[in-house]
Design a protein around this ligand. Structure first.
Ligand SMILES: Cc1ncc(COP(=O)(O)O)c(C=O)c1O
Length: 469
């Protein structure tokens, strides 16, 4: 502890005094009182026992945060020029309330311990790293490894931040969780969190995605959530976010918005990253244990960017190439893809600044990807910053690439990937084919399982008999 009674290992951004808050003083006061009896957590990371490694099953926020990520975002929520809070006045106080509550609970012993317990006993963490040896052999000398987030409870990485957001909601005394969903994985994960914590749940989903991801709609409903269609515009993910934000403004006292990725106004990009970094921390330790070394390349698909940020966080300070894989859809023309970082330019969407696919008037452009969870015109602000600094390379994979990877992984490894994750697998396959004699290792985040995509794939591509290698 330092002179102010704070643990030395608490990141500077968490030491900052809370900002004034017009909306939630009573709630924050209650949270402060509750946690004043317990010391700040010092047991979650390297700082308490110098040189000790993390227990991969329990790696947690925020003491585990890699040094270089501890300084981002700044107090106003900016990662370089990206991020921030660009919202109408009625949303400012509710966001300040969430930020203050998060800053208090995320360094509290009780919150961290409870989330650790949930991860181990409810989610089934740690998820394994798997060597896709058969696939690798067919492609050449590159060895492909998969971080199996498809084996996380509910079948995707989304539950990592949903259980954190749900726990925060419970500490804040909220009654209802609301969110948007594209592929339905975030919706299912949040509906699961709501059931676990005994809270109500409303999920906003574009009409087009409701039709495309029917199994996930049924899962959300069985879990007790209301699925509310977004019927304007392209009726996909962007419109679902519009609708969820509108609903949140109506009653920020009883509801909390649990965003589905590292997007939106501060503090969501930081909070979701912190909850997701368990993926990278586990994967780094597991990979070294398996191979005795770090991977040469770490790759993940990028929609909003949460699974990629989670995995990259574990390797950000290592001599490892980080590749974010964006969806190139049907082609390079605006409207045919959702590759925001590759083709977008700076703009504001849903309360934050990022690389944005936009039309002549600066409005978010129509986007497309075969993977509903990737078709969003913006992207997480931290990714934009990581692109500008050169730490992460952003590449693309098309719908066709993803379809091939979907079937090839299924038939060669017995793992049916989500179409989103198939983009990252496709990238690894391409690298392996380009240099078949190069003996290198690629760790791919298999962010989710493909059950939700089965009906769509069977209808459009059959059972995959044409996709051998
Ligand atoms: C399985 C899976 N992977 C990836 C994504 C993309 O989201 P993010 O970029 O936030 O990881 C989604 C979104 O729904 C998803 O369901």
């Amino acid at each position: 502890m330092d002179a102010t009674g704070q643990a030395r290992c608490i990141p500077p951004r968490l030491r900052a005094a809370s900002q004034p808050n017009a909306g939630g003083d009573a709630a924050i006061g209650a949270i402060q009182t509750r946690f004043s009896k317990r010391p700040l957590d010092t047991a979650g990371g390297k700082c308490e026992t110098p040189g000790a490694t993390f227990n991969q099953a329990t790696a947690m926020i925020p003491t585990a945060t890699p040094q270089s990520l501890r300084h981002t975002p700044d107090a106003a929520g900016f990662f370089g020029p990206y991020g921030g809070i660009f919202v109408p006045p009625p949303l400012k106080a509710p966001l300040a309330e969430i930020r203050q509550a998060y800053e208090i609970v995320s360094r509290s012993h009780d919150f961290i311990e409870e989330l650790r317990r949930i991860r181990r006993h409810f989610q089934g963490r740690p998820t394994p790293v798997y060597h896709a040896a058969r696939l690798s052999k067919k492609l050449g000398r590159t060895q492909i490894y998969l971080k199996r987030e498809d084996l996380n409870h509910t079948g995707a990485h989304k539950l990592n931040h949903c259980m954190g957001e749900g726990l925060l909601a419970r500490y804040m005394g909220k009654k209802k969780l609301i969110a948007e969903t594209g592929a339905g994985m975030h919706g299912v994960a949040l509906a699961t969190a709501a059931a676990y914590f005994g809270l109500e749940c409303d999920i906003y989903m574009g009409e087009v995605d409701i039709a495309k991801q029917a199994p996930n709609v049924a899962r959300m409903q069985i879990l007790g959530a209301r699925v509310i269609p977004a019927t304007h515009g392209l009726r996909t993910l962007k419109e679902a976010v519009d609708a969820a934000l509108m609903a949140y403004v109506q009653d920020p006292v009883n509801q909390i918005y649990c965003i589905g990725s590292v997007v939106g106004p501060h503090p969501f990009p930081m909070m979701v990253r912190d909850f997701q970094q368990v993926v990278g921390i586990e994967a780094r330790e597991q990979f070294i244990e398996m191979t005795g070394d770090l991977p040469d390349i770490v790759a993940a698909c990028v929609g909003g960017g949460s699974n990629a940020m989670g995995l990259f966080a574990g390797f950000i300070n290592d001599p490892v190439a980080l590749h974010g894989v964006e969806p190139l859809g049907k082609g390079t023309v605006l409207g045919e893809h959702s590759a925001s970082m590759t083709y977008g330019k700076e703009g504001i969407i849903h309360g934050f600044r990022c690389y944005l696919l936009q039309d002549d008037k600066g409005e978010p452009a129509p986007v497309h990807s075969i993977a509903s969870g990737l078709d969003y015109p913006g992207v997480g602000p931290e990714h934009c910053h990581l692109k500008d600094t050169g730490r992460v390379s952003y590449v693309t994979a098309t719908d066709t690439d993803a379809v091939e990877a979907f079937y090839v992984l299924s038939r060669n490894e017995g793992i049916i990937p989500a179409l989103e994750s198939a983009h990252a697998v496709a990238h690894a396959m391409r690298l392996a084919r380009e240099n078949p004699d190069l003996p290198r290792t690629i760790l791919v985040n298999l962010s989710g399982r493909g059950d939700k995509d089965m009906d769509y794939m069977i209808e459009h591509y059959g059972t995959g008999d044409n996709f051998g290698i």
